[in-house]
Design a protein around this ligand. Sequence first.
Ligand code: SAM
Length: 311
Amino acid sequence: MLVTTPVRLVVVTDTPGALLGPAEIRDLAGRLGVRPTKTLGQNFVVDGGTVRKIVRSAGVVAGERVVEIGPGLGSLTLGLLDAGASVVAVEIDPVLARALPGTVATHLPQVAATDRLTVVTADALDLTELPGDAPTALVANLPYNVSVPVLLTFLERFPSLERVLVMVQAEVADRLAAPPGSRTYGVPSAKVAWYASARRTSTVSRSVFWPVPNVDSALVRLERREPPVTTVSRQEVFAVVDAAFAQRRKMLRSALASLAGSADRAERAVRTAGVDPQARGERLAIEAFARVAEALATGAPTDLGPGTVGT
Ligand code: SAM
């Protein structure tokens, strides 16, 4: 069920003291009886400088509608509101969701009468709609255990999102931004490339969180772009991506055999797409995956010569 709580606020830009520090975070958590859980990826940012950096890197402008996933105790929400954005914040933990409006009212005391914060108590993965105006940016310190599915789900379901700035585990940031042919290129890199160009911006020390996680984090910026031009659906292309990486070390001819019905059919489709059937999935850009999916769907001719690795 979608539960929304509109809150009326007036926000003064760049208010000193608007952000939460380590003592305030612990105090707030104590008063709410919140004990951060790993299951929900609850590591809260306790450093105002990091919050400012995220807001700046996201390029948030006053008046912009931003969706934040997992506002937690409100560290980043305050930064976004303070920059003049209007925020729809999606939080799975009902205790945190309920407390957020009060935190905003306390830390941005100039607030009087706007409706710039809407809190949605829900699992972000279940959302098919958002209240209010369509957001143009997603800005979040994502819960690490669901960061990639949340990102892909939002890019798919909310086409109004033009930009994304997320903090994720450093290793995930590498994967999201990896180009074809690199060691870290994989399913998340190829699927995100369907929707957007991705760039890893900066590394964030684990010391800016409470509790301190056992991994470093990094910021990733995405800019939406047109998906590859193809006659097949995104789902068909993603099925090829999944099959190619399910057996990462295998050549495409073998990796796609079961999807194609046989290794020979897979080889024909891969050649038709202009890709070397001896190549592995890690060499293919999303456009090449789309060509392979198209060749599989249309039935590939049998008499083509050797192909080349596509891009
Ligand atoms: N934004 C806050 C910050 O920077 O301090 C908290 C970030 S914390 C890494 C992740 C937040 O996401 C937590 O508040 C957690 O409860 C919430 N969360 C976890 N899984 C979620 C989901 N599936 N949908 C929505 N929120 C989720």
